[in-house]
Design a protein around this ligand. Structure first.
Ligand code: F0G
Length: 406
């Protein structure tokens, strides 16, 4: 390998110069991945120093494929808490339940891990603008990092299907926001065409530099559990990059002999948008896209996940599984997590916990496991449904308050 990292096609394994702007394999159209020369990485890693450094994305600089440290665009992402949920463990009779709380990132979701690397790469490659399609969080995150980098940012959203908090973020950070009368899948194919025709650098997760940042979640979990990998990691799936990114992180640590066992990657989708769950349950090599995806968890309202082939590999290669959950189960888990553990997450994030409950009840997950659920985004991004189910506050005249509390 010439450089210490290159693009590699996950289908035909062709390798490509990382200085090209590529979103798919020029030979076969397959999804691209970034492969590092792990021998070279190993020489740069000083584990003793690592263990003394606080958690954050750029702590793992030797494993992050950028070339010019002077160009790093950061808002201090990563280093999110890993909460042990003892009350939930007792309630469900499971040995270990942890929640990796990605809502604590600068813009309130895991996307920041990918954007710090992706936007840095955009600067390195000389991009003059950046763009994405989004169900909300990607656009909020990209808009913030683009602002920090001084790059113009275009985002395309499905009209009426993005939670208010996320929309407010993209607007506040100064992105050019366009809402189409169509769903996320359509928005992504549109923005992709526009970027491929030139003009802007695409920062959806088909750009393999994004998952390279997101893989740091796996590294943090390993350190937070004192170098003992959990038995299983449960991840909500939308466009399906995150489950792959986390898998890839564990894989790199395993290849560098930093861990022995791989956690079983377990993906959760909403009942109305579950092409990957269907493919896993039916043992199919390919997934069949869902025409009109629907769920209250708008972040994962995606019928044709572009990274589906990567998710299938992550799940199968690690001996994991996939499950779907209803909107009711999602909201129930969201409230339960808030009320028993004090952790506020958005609906899509609660899908991981709802899925774990279902898999344990079905006997597919052993009660003796130690499980990490990834809580991908913050409660405050998408508060409307919760206010509706939890009930509006009781409104009274000032003089009546004492009477109520008495
Ligand atoms: N959870 C949240 C809160 C998300 O915003 C997303 C994806 C996911 C889970 C799923 O992750 O796509 O890697 O499988 N949101 C994207 C967006 C699609 O545009 O913000 P994935």
């Amino acid at each position: 390998m010439g450089a210490w990292f290159e693009y590699e096609c996950i289908e035909c394994r062709a390798r490509w110069d990382p200085h090209l702007v590529l979103y798919q394999c020029p030979r076969c159209g397959g999804l691209l991945e970034i492969e590092l020369d792990l021998e070279e990485v190993r020489e740069k890693v000083d584990r003793g120093r690592w263990e003394r450094e606080p958690l954050r994305v750029w702590k793992y600089r030797p494993l992050l494929p950028i070339e010019d440290e002077g160009k790093i665009v950061t808002l201090g992402e990563g280093g999110t808490p890993l909460y042990r949920c003892r009350r939930l463990e007792e309630r469900w009779g499971i040995r270990g339940i942890y929640v990796k709380y990605e809502g604590a990132n600068p813009t309130g979701s895991f996307k920041d891990r990918g954007m710090t690397v992706g936007v840095t790469r955009a600067l390195e490659l000389g991009a003059r603008a950046v763009a994405c399609a989004s169900t909300g969080n990607t656009s909020a995150s990209l808009a913030a990092y683009a602002a920090k980098a001084g790059l113009p940012c275009l985002v395309i959203l499905p009209a009426g299907k993005v939670a208010m908090g996320k929309l407010a973020q993209a607007l506040a950070y100064g992105a050019r926001v366009v809402a189409i009368r169509g769903n996320f899948d359509r928005a992504l194919s549109l923005v992709r065409e526009m970027c491929e025709a030139g003009g802007a650098y695409l920062l959806n997760s088909v750009n393999p530099f994004r998952p390279q940042g997101q893989k740091t979640l796996a590294f943090e979990v390993i350190e937070q559990l004192d170098w003992r990998p959990p038995d299983r990691v449960v991840v909500p799936m939308g466009n399906c990059a995150n489950i792959w990114a986390i898998y890839k992180g564990f894989l790199e640590f395993q290849r560098m002999d930093l861990i022995k066992e791989m956690p079983r990657m377990t993906g959760i989708q909403a009942e109305g948008a579950k092409p990957i769950v269907d493919a896993i349950k039916r043992g199919l090599d390919r997934f069949i896209p869902v025409e009109n995806p629907e769920t209250i968890a708008t972040a994962i309202r995606i019928g044709n996940p572009v990274n589906g082939p990567k998710a299938l590999r992550a799940i199968r290669n690690s001996g994991g599984t996939a499950e779907s959950v209803t909107d009711e189960e999602i909201v129930e888990a969201q409230l339960l997590l808030a009320r028993t553990e004090g952790i506020g997450v958005e609906p899509a994030s609660a899908a991981s916990l709802a899925g774990l409950k279902k898999l344990v009840e079905a006997g597919e997950v052993d009660r003796d496991e130690v499980v990490v659920c990834v809580a991908t985004g913050n409660l405050m991004k998408d508060p409307e449904e919760i206010v509706r189910v939890a009930g509006a506050p009781l409104e009274v005249e000032v003089e009546e308050v004492r009477g109520i509390l008495a």
